[in-house]
Design a protein around this ligand. Structure first.
Ligand code: FEO
Length: 399
């Protein structure tokens, strides 16, 4: 069996994007893949397509197996452009008998491509179609992570085509989980979850339960990004269970930006206090860390201590941007505290506290600010904040 054959007659025909480094604001240092799959049966079926820029790879991979004109069915699990951008050209090329999609997928395709003459066939959760020797079953996964999203399950081979879920932005010439370092893959899966799915965690919990209740005999999970799971499925399913239920590690992040190093000095003392309390901590200067990497660390940490000087009655712009980004992703089950230097008005700590309260982050204390350059007493207080947050983390983890 070739490296692109998932099962007899089921092929990966997607594209590897080695170069992408920014995915609508999410840093993708390891590139990505746009996975699509071809099932050769009495009804030849293409599951998903690719980003428009990579359509040539998709067509080349299909042609290596079969004449694209022989494709009968097209399944559209998700309408976001990284999977649908090539749809107009692909539909023109293959002239499918039917284009299967969820009810919301139908609406989304009309809103994207304005082609009401495409041969849409709307399917709902539980709908099945026969390809001849094989059967496809559909499962709507609304808001995971778009309204149109759905899974497609290939019953006879036990392959779950899971769209974005369980995926990672990870470019590789390998196709399967047992061919690549799992540490790299899991790091990218965590980043994907933290930056794309975190806000939908309650729905992820429901989905995991629905899939378990369906008693599907899943042998392989084939997402639309990154590697295909066949040897380590329990690893990714357990990770999704953990991330979606808000399980954290005994760790605190000191996330800050600084103007003239006063807040930075305070941050170091907060970190020293956390260490004193025996809690693992990480100092994160927003000037040097991309927001999507910071969110990946937030996913697992129990506490977030935010620091910013006051600028124009608020916080520094990098901190403001990070707060907006994190608020949208709805972090789960966190403790928090704030600190910062100021010159005259000094609103930053209040601003940070309000932002954390709006995110349902439990404040350990009211926070601490210091005018201009911190002295020894202020740094002692910052260290005391670190110790108190560290103790709160330990107590919370012991519960
Ligand atoms: Fe990979 Fe939601 O697109």
């Amino acid at each position: 069996m070739s490296n692109t054959e998932l099962a007899k007659g089921v092929y990966w025909v997607g594209a590897v994007d080695w170069d992408v480094r920014d995915f609508h604001g999410y840093s993708t240092y390891r590139g990505t893949t746009y996975n699509a799959f071809l099932i050769v049966d009495e009804k030849v079926t293409l599951v998903d397509t690719v980003k428009r820029s990579h359509m040539g790879d998709l067509v080349r991979h299909i042609k290596a197996i079969i004449d694209p004109a022989k494709i009968d069915y097209l399944i559209v699990n998700h309408v976001e452009m990284d999977h649908s951008g090539s749809l107009p050209e692909i539909i023109e090329l293959i002239k499918p008998e039917k284009v299967f999609c969820s009810p919301m997928g139908h609406k989304a395709m009309l809103d994207h491509f304005h082609q009401d003459d495409w041969p849409f066939e709307i399917v709902k959760s539980g709908s099945e179609i026969s390809l001849g020797q094989r059967t496809l079953q559909f499962l709507e996964t609304r808001m995971l992570h778009w309204p149109d999203s759905m899974f497609t399950y290939l019953k006879e081979d036990g392959i779950l085509f899971s769209s974005d879920a369980f995926g990672q932005h990870y470019a590789t010439s390998e196709r399967f989980d047992d061919q690549v370092p799992m540490s790299e893959v899991m790091e990218e899966c965590g980043k994907y979850y933290a930056n794309i799915l975190y806000l939908f965690s309650p729905l992820v919990q429901k989905l995991l339960k629905s899939v378990a209740d369906m008693n599907l005999d899943i042998k392989m999970i084939a997402p639309d990004h990154g590697i295909i799971w066949r040897s380590n499925m329990s690893m990714i399913l357990e990770a999704y269970q953990k991330w979606s239920s808000g399980v954290c590690t005994e760790k605190a992040l000191v996330i800050y930006d600084t103007m003239w190093h006063s807040t930075e000095t305070m941050a170091k003392s907060v970190a020293a206090g956390l260490e004193e309390a025996g809690v693992s901590c990480e100092l994160i200067n927003l000037r040097y860390n991309h927001r999507s990497d910071v969110m990946t660390k937030v996913l697992n940490a129990k506490a977030i201590v935010l620091g910013s000087p006051t600028l124009n009655n608020g916080v520094l712009p990098r901190m403001a941007g990070f707060l907006m980004y994190m608020r949208g992703l709805k972090p789960l089950n966190k403790l928090g505290a704030a600190f910062g230097s100021y010159g005259w008005s000094g609103e930053s700590v209040k601003y940070l506290n309000t932002a954390m309260e709006e995110m349902n982050i439990t404040l350990v204390e009211e926070g601490f600010r210091h005018k201009y350059v911190p002295d020894a007493a202020s740094l002692e207080e910052c260290m005391a904040i670190g110790i108190r947050v560290g103790k709160a983390v330990k107590e919370a983890m012991a519960d």
